[in-house]
Design a protein around this ligand. Sequence first.
Ligand code: HSE
Length: 319
Amino acid sequence: MSNTIYQEVKVFAPATVANVSVGFDVLGFAIDRPGDEIVARRIDGQQGLSIKIITGTGDKKLPYTIEKNTAGYAAAQLLRHLGQEALGIELEIHKKMPFGSGMGSSAASAAGAVVAVNELLGAPLSRESLLYFAVEGEQVADGAFHADNVGPSLLGGILLIRSNQDLDVHRLPVPEGLQIAVVHPEIEILTKDARAVLGDQVALSTAIAQSGNLASFVAALFTNDLMLLSRSLQDVMVEPQRKQLIKGFDDVQSAALKSGALGCGISGAGPSIFCLCDSGYLAQSAGQAMQQAFASHSIESQLYVSPINQQGVIVLSKS
Ligand code: HSE
């Protein structure tokens, strides 16, 4: 923490893969790219927070009203907590990834906004203490309070959330050499719609299988056992309900596994699909095979290959 007050802070907030097949709402990791850039700037003579510009949304629009914007609401909640809601601050939100993509776009903007504003004020709060405000911001987008995207975007790494209500969040070890391919097909799915397709009952046999897989996935990270990790990455609970929203899902998943991926599943609420691999070379070739599978269903896609991002939000400049 420093007491220096800055005029302008620019940050980068990374994309994330939530759920990771076996941890619906309780597991997520960050990747190096894509990600959003957020600028927070002090404006003398202005009363309160405003959003000056939002770029990168193509022909879609995001709200400029603070209460309706994930970044704006997160920053406003932080400023209110600090008793600084009257301070003149404007935000710039530069979207560098599509929303409705399953890569945590709204979460990245919320995480970036709280870090940018906190830094602008001389970092009165720790990074961990910012999580609550960022999760409140993301809740504006889908109505649910879960940190599986916001947490890793803010803090980096692979995070396990024991309780979303209590924000009891734990960092898990990352096996050496683990690489991720994320393929984003040109389909849009809003998280609130992907949540609406889920039933509210789970059969006991499904709960047993899913908890065995989640526990074994965590054990595999601690023991660096990639074969156990591979056996564990099977979503028997949510994927069967959501995959019909993603045309070609079964073919894409099977292309990744045939190419040697350790596991493959829906990234967050979809439609992006991720796979975990034990080398960058394999992640690249599995990702390309996944793209070809989408192409065979006449769906264009983008591929991102990355290690697990360990930093979370980074400050690009401060003045
Ligand atoms: N856990 C969330 C979901 C992530 O799958 O609905 C997307 O925000």
